[in-house]
Design a protein. Structure first.
Length: 341
């Protein structure tokens, strides 16, 4: 006991002889921990493959890319015109006449289940393509209430009955849920039914005239509203499928379906007068587009091995040009455009 007391007294008197050491201070512990080297339990995301590549090649083009200022961003965006963006994003635009492309605001596709035509009408009138059954019901109501008018338009009771039956649900559908063909929307039979019931100008727009020409259908009765141009429903036809086409204001419109003038009432006959100029423009542009296609197709007509065709002139898109055609036997045809003097 005395030895322990003596040892403690020596440590107090002579502290340099003690074996005790002060605690080690690691540094300032105040504030948040600095984000330094990753520990084993770090939640920091590891660098991606491309970041590793850029670290290995600091002189590459990607590493030299600098953030754009707001001014530079504005200059970059300004290089793209609305027309370029429009043509890039509109689906099925190439299925419409070429001259109509600048006049189309959008094309909305619908399900190709046999009811696509009615879905397009529902999309325009009710903003919901799934309401197509109500559209069929309304069109059947229209044809029932004005049976004599449509009998005169269709020309026979059999045709009237066929169109009327198309609006009723099918007795059966295919294994894929596709409606039978006799239940499809058809033009020109149903164009005036749509126009008359909804009091709209119905436009059928198509590029392929083998499946039907582009036409405009007006209501068979009733006076037009103050602004008839705001009552346009455009239905695009792509082969056996229908799509919803949003047209721009004051765009060209197809010619009127010929039977309308014969079967419309006197008060409804004024519908067409508001669109005559636009229809004339459509016919003019369509003729130009057809002429261009026909010109390309007819190049070489009259040519033979003994008497080659040396000069031919065409009127394409309203501008005259000359085509120097140099033909050689068993050789490639070369076409060189030359201006007319």
């Amino acid at each position: 006991m005395k030895a322990e007391i003596r040892e403690q007294m020596c440590q107090i008197a002579f502290p340099q002889s003690t074996s005790l050491k002060p605690p080690v201070v690691s540094g300032n512990k105040k504030g948040a921990k600095k984000r330094g080297a990753h520990g084993e339990c770090s939640t920091t995301r590891s660098r991606s493959y491309w970041q590793h590549v850029e670290a290995r090649f600091p002189d590459s083009q990607s590493s030299q890319t600098k953030p754009l200022t707001s001014k530079q961003k504005g200059e970059r965006i300004g290089k793209f015109t609305p027309t370029q963006e429009l043509h890039h994003h509109i689906p099925l635009l190439n299925t419409m006449p070429l001259f109509m492309h600048p006049h189309i605001d959008d094309i909305v596709n619908v399900k190709g289940d046999g009811y696509c035509g009615f879905c397009v009408i529902a999309l325009d009138t009710r903003k919901n393509a799934d309401d197509y059954e109500l559209i069929r019901l309304n069109m059947q109501k229209e044809i029932s209430l004005h049976k004599e008018t449509y009998l005169s338009l269709f020309g026979s009771t059999e045709r009237l009955q066929y169109i009327n039956d198309a609006f009723f649900p099918p007795l059966r559908t295919s294994g894929h849920g596709i409606a039978p063909k006799e239940k499809w929307l058809t033009f020109s039979d149903m164009g005036h039914i749509i126009a008359s019931y909804y009091n709209k100008v119905v436009v059928l727009l198509t590029k392929n005239e083998k499946i039907g020409a582009s036409q405009t259908f007006f209501p068979l009765r009733g006076t037009p509203p103050q602004d008839p141009a705001s009552k346009i429903l455009c239905i695009g036809k792509v082969d056996s499928h229908f799509v919803y086409v949003n047209l721009k204001k004051d765009c060209p419109l197809p010619p009127t379906y010929k039977a309308w003038r014969k079967h419309c009432t006197q008060e409804a006959s004024s519908w067409e007068s508001s669109f005559i100029d636009r229809q004339a423009k459509f016919v003019e542009l369509m003729d130009i587009e057809k002429g261009e296609v026909a010109s390309k197709r007819k190049v070489g007509v009259g040519d033979s091995k003994d008497k080659p065709l040396s000069w031919c002139a065409f009127d394409i898109s309203g501008q005259k040009c000359g085509l120097s055609l140099i033909f050689a036997r068993n050789a490639l045809v070369r076409v060189v455009g030359l201006p007319l003097l």
